[in-house]
Design a protein around this ligand. Structure first.
Ligand SMILES: [Fe+2]
Length: 203
């Protein structure tokens, strides 16, 4: 798993935030998320970046990659839209919007314990759609941004059927940046090339 320096991570987060802070409501959204533990939140209970700060590390990775992809694939959309969606697509992992923390530190003494537990006492709703609700409470979103946030999990989840006939380009961009960050960058696989030849040891 990729390691991160917490101070430089915070700097990266704030410099991305600064780029979109002219957008009405973004600073208030950030204040709300910080108040509810943005910098403490993990990205999962036991899989992906299940450690303090894991969520911000992941969100910054997705934003940085999405900006690079946008330069090639989606030049007409604003950096602001891309950063906003990428940085906050998983904000439901901080809180459910009803003052309930999403993940609770597992304090049990079990040696096999997973680092975090899913808080069962929270708003029962799809995670991605919870992110959309939280962001849109503070920031007025375009339809591209709404779809990209709500369907960033892409065809990996059943909800994709809702938009399967008309996914927007920003949705694919955020989905791919999320996928690549999670499975390649954050697993430290971006420097590994599997170039072994088929049956090369057969002679
Ligand atoms: Fe994500």
């Amino acid at each position: 798993m990729a390691k991160f320096d917490f101070e430089s991570l915070k700097n990266d987060y704030y410099s991305l935030l600064k780029k979109i802070s002219v957008r009405k409501g973004v600073n208030e959204l950030n204040t709300y998320l910080e108040k509810h533990g943005l910098f403490k939140a993990p990205a999962s209970t036991k899989y992906h970046l299940c450690t303090e700060g894991g969520l911000v590390f992941h969100s910054v990775n997705v934003a940085k990659l999405a900006i690079e992809l946008k330069k090639i694939l989606l030049t007409d959309i604003s950096d602001e839209s891309v950063i906003l969606c990428a940085l906050f697509h998983d904000c439901h992992k901080v809180t459910d919007g009803f003052s309930n923390t999403t993940y609770i530190k597992n304090e049990s003494n079990d040696s096999e314990k997973q680092p975090y537990l899913w808080n069962k006492n929270q708003f029962s709703f799809s995670g991605a759609h919870k992110s959309l609700l939280i962001i849109s409470h503070f920031v007025e979103l375009t339809c591209d941004e709404m779809q990209a946030i709500a369907y960033h999990d892409g065809p990996y989840v059943q909800a994709w059927e809702d938009i399967a006939s008309d996914p927007y380009p920003l949705t694919f961009l955020i989905h791919f940046a999320d996928l690549w960050s999670t499975w390649v960058i954050e697993k430290g696989k971006d420097k590994i090339i599997f170039n072994k030849k088929f049956l090369e040891d057969s002679l």
